[in-house]
Write a new protein. Structure first.
Length: 242
């Protein structure tokens, strides 16, 4: 245990991830600019406060330049103003690009079904037999007052490569994976799900019922409180699901 903590501490301190390095440097520049501005300019403006110094540093790094605060002393201009402009502007721009890239990557992962969700009292739809059918089911479910527009809905499918834009607009989450695997069920937060709807992967193939029965058993094994609705092709499969 101590060895694991030691390696984790060593990795964070001596080899931190790039975002951590960026925000540490940003914090350092903010601290340097704030303290330096107050130190050099307090003699020229006795009413100067720490918040004024922070405001000047942020405005300078953001290239806004309101002009309400600016250094008048040589030390304030060359030892504070120049370093904040040269290093702060570039670093802030890079930090914003890293944040934007992380947001785009996160959204892309969610659309491709690679994300995990920490949801409670949500609804999960298993299998994707076609866009039109799933759209119709989602719209009908939203009309149910016990579900409404607020309840999160997660779609789980093994073969769908990317969530269609029509479902993205409806706020549907997506988990790609084998629906009977524990890992896939965990990513869909099956342990805290309220409703589960299992659709037939192929509405004209009775063999689809076998998969649906397996999915239903996997759900029951993880969460017996779930209200599960299963679509069947062969009426004989109904007895297995009662």
């Amino acid at each position: 245990m101590f060895q694991v903590l030691y390696h984790l501490f060593h990795h964070i301190v001596w080899n931190p991830p790039v975002p951590m390095r960026i925000f540490v440097l940003l914090g350092t520049i903010l601290l340097y600019g704030t303290t330096g501005f107050v130190y050099f300019e307090l003699a020229n403006n006795p009413e100067l406060t720490w918040s004024d110094g922070l405001w000047y540093t942020v405005v300078t790094m953001a290239t806004v330049g309101y002009g309400d605060f600016f250094p008048k002393s040589a030390g304030g201009r060359f030892l504070v103003g120049w370093p904040v402009m040269v290093f702060g502007i570039g670093l802030l721009g890079y930090a914003l690009s890293v944040v934007a890239a992380a947001l785009v990557t996160s959204k892309s992962k969610e659309i491709k079904g690679m994300s995990s969700f920490a949801l409670r009292d949500h609804l999960v739809i298993f299998n994707f037999p076609g866009l039109a059918k799933v759209e119709r089911i989602v719209d009908e479910l939203r009309l149910d007052p016990t579900i409404g527009k607020a309840m999160p809905i997660v779609l789980v499918d093994e073969f769908l490569e990317e969530l269609p834009p029509e479902l993205v607009k409806r706020g549907i989450h997506f988990v790609r994976g084998n629906p009977v695997r524990d890992g896939t069920l965990s990513r869909a937060a099956i342990d805290s799900v309220r409703h589960a709807v299992i659709l037939c992967r192929n509405p004209i193939d009775p063999a689809s019922d076998n998969l649906n029965v397996t999915i239903a058993l996997a759900i029951e094994g993880r969460n017996r409180k779930t209200n599960t609705v299963v679509e069947c092709v062969d009426p004989a499969s109904e007895e297995l699901l009662r």
